[in-house]
Design a protein around this ligand. Structure first.
Ligand SMILES: Nc1ncnc2c1ncn2[C@@H]1O[C@H](COP(=O)(O)OP(=O)(O)OP(=O)(O)O)[C@@H](O)[C@H]1O
Ligand SMILES: O=C(O)C1=C[C@@H](O)[C@@H](O)[C@H](O)C1
Ligand SMILES: [Mg+2]
Length: 172
């Protein structure tokens, strides 16, 4: 009953990689943000707007606990902030959890996130200049939690296929 948990900053590729890994391994995939959206019947953006971040983090923690307790093998893509709140990083240490940090540089994240900010409430209101500074600081703040993962996988300059192949090697 293993849970393959992908974590990392917004835009590092959690959803993309989890989806592809799921197709290659035939292990079903669950995206924590989508799970929360279905559970609450609200988009992440609406959840932040209506109830605020503190409420979102509570719901996120409950959802994470619930998903980890589900029977069967599963690939789980976390939200960008999941390991950094409510002691969620401790849950990464459970014996049936294989956790992988998709580690991207500030430049890679900036390039990807500057294109698509509106659905990501944490960065939606920042301009280009503010965004780079924000990512640098935020990544530094979150780094401790991301590094609680069992495996650290640098992803800069790697194709989706290469990253998925590296993860398959880790799982072998
Ligand atoms: N290895 C890769 N090479 C190039 N582009 C990639 C790669 N992986 C993901 N991308 C692109 O980067 C963007 C962000 O990817 P994705 O949405 O999977 O990230 P995420 O970690 O799930 O982000 P979020 O935390 O916001 O949900 C997408 O446009 C995706 O197509
Ligand atoms: O990095 C974050 O704090 C977030 C990332 C997204 O995946 C969502 O979980 C939400 O927008 C918060
Ligand atoms: Mg995602």
């Amino acid at each position: 009953m293993k849970k393959i948990v992908l974590l990392g900053y917004m835009g590092c590729g959690k959803s993309t990689i989890a989806n592809n890994l799921s197709q290659k391994t035939a292990i079903s995939y669950l995206d924590l943000d989508h799970f929360i959206e279905e559970k609450t019947n609200l988009s992440i953006k609406a959840l932040f707007e209506k109830h605020g971040e503190v409420y979102f983090r509570k719901v996120e923690h409950q959802a994470f606990v619930e998903v980890l307790a589900m029977p069967g093998d599963r690939i789980l893509g976390l939200g960008g902030g999941t390991p950094c709140y409510a002691n969620n990083h401790v849950l990464l240490q459970q014996p049936d959890v294989i956790s992988i940090y998709l580690k991207a540089s500030i430049d890679t994240l900036f390039e990807r996130l500057s294109k698509n900010r509106s659905k990501r409430p944490v960065i939606a209101n920042l301009n280009e200049e503010e965004l780079k500074e924000f990512i640098a600081k935020h990544l530094f703040d979150r780094s401790f939690y991301y590094h609680q993962a069992q495996h650290i996988l640098p992803i800069d300059g790697k194709s989706v296929a290469e990253i998925v192949a590296s993860i398959e090697l880790l799982l072998a």
